[in-house]
Design a protein around this ligand. Sequence first.
Ligand code: FAD
Length: 488
Amino acid sequence: LGAAARLYTDEDPLVILSSSTLKPTVSNSSSAWLIQFYSSWCGHCIQYSSTWKTLAQDVKDWQQAIGVAVLDCAQEENFDVCKEYSIKFYPTFKYFRAHSSPTDVGTTYRGADRQVQAVRQLMVNILQNHTRLDWPNHCPPLDPSEKLLPLLGQRSDVFTAIVVEEPDSYVGREVILDLLQYSGVQVKRALSTDLLYCERTHTQFCCYLMSLLVIRQKGKRLLSGPEIWREFDRSKVYTADLESALHYLLRVELATHSTLEGEELKVFKDFVTLVSKLYPGGGSVVKLMETLSDWLLSLPLQRIPYQAVLDLVNNKMRISGVHLGAELRWVGCQGSKVGLRGYPCSLWTLFHVLTVQHDAMPTALENTGLEGETAPVLQVMRRYIRTFFGCEQCGRHFEQAAAASMDRVLDREQQVLWLWNQHNMVNYRLAGSLSDDPLFPKAPWPSPSLCASCHEEKSGVHVWNQDNVLRFLRHHYGASNLSPTYSL
Ligand code: FAD
């Protein structure tokens, strides 16, 4: 077979398998395995071997949790085993879970991306697909720590490093595995979505603590944390979610900006104006937003310290009896655990409500400076997301979508439908991702159970009936479908 057969040698940090060693290695192993079945005659395999070697080098410290191996199907002694394992194309990537049975022929990875980064991430996913029962013996936990604060106060003989990251980031898990062979440091993950409320000002820090814990305020009632489940009806929209969105947005997300000036100030003013004019049902929220809007418009300043906004929201409003709830109360946006749903869910909800309100009240934005825009709700949302939304990656995706098609929105109905469609695009993209709450899986919305007439089949293919979708959205996000249950 000559030189080409030796694509891999014993010096490479991977295991070279053969017909006699494959089964004993992978079956009932304490670690998982990722194996490249290749053929030494295949040109692509030859080219690809340098990538696989780089990968093997990169993850050699992970081997107690997941090993990397190769098997050459072009060697005569391996013909039968490659047939037994149904290897039809080269290279084929198969993985075997830890503790797999001898009859297990592995699972084929069909992803198109075979670069080092993608395969590393695949390996992390393979590990996380284990259950508690077959978890690889030496693999540390890879899920984010739910309760982070107790970790900070712990006495320990080792350093604890906490990687704070977005839910779909792999960095924390990769670092945990990179350090598997080392003692003296333990690595934990925390999701930035759990910590969005954190730091900067004492108000934010307190808010964060309150959202995590049950805190007894001296001499007062208990403030509740997220562990209380609130029964709700999926066909309703809850004002508690809208108020919590504004609470979070004003008191936490914007408060990471110590001053607002230039474009930021303009975006903030426009957002406040929009909500003050379109938030349904009047009440405290509208009064607060109107006061805020008047105050912002009356200020001759080009630059305002954000603390001044916070003071207004927190104190002055309280004196006049107009205030937003002092805590986050997710209802339709509750997650099955901390870090899932909540704020991003409520922000979508808020903007859907605003598009529907604008459709219902065509003149509401007159004399605000926003009336000249074709799709003012979308434009303000776009600028808000781009400027302030804490999830940067989400903002980038949304901006791309807006740049591609928002200028085609020509009226208020299309504005409602554009946001619905865009939200569904995001749902499609995120289905099955780690941020997907198992209790609320991402799926095209509305489901047939919410709106049967929104769904049609043409020539065997599912299509949306857009007229019915529009009718449904007008009802669902309309003022009369808002439930005040759980609102203050
Ligand atoms: P959400 O998707 O937040 O939906 C909230 C509620 O809206 C649902 O419960 C349902 O009642 C209703 N709904 C669902 N679909 C529609 C629809 N098509 N039209 C009208 N109503 C609907 N996360 C990422 O990981 N990557 C991203 O790129 C990303 N981009 C985002 C961009 C924006 C502008 C926003 C606001 C959020 C983004 N997120 C992104 C977060 C993500 O979309 C979800 O908000 C988050 O994962 C919480 O999901 P959820 O299950 O609460 O449902």
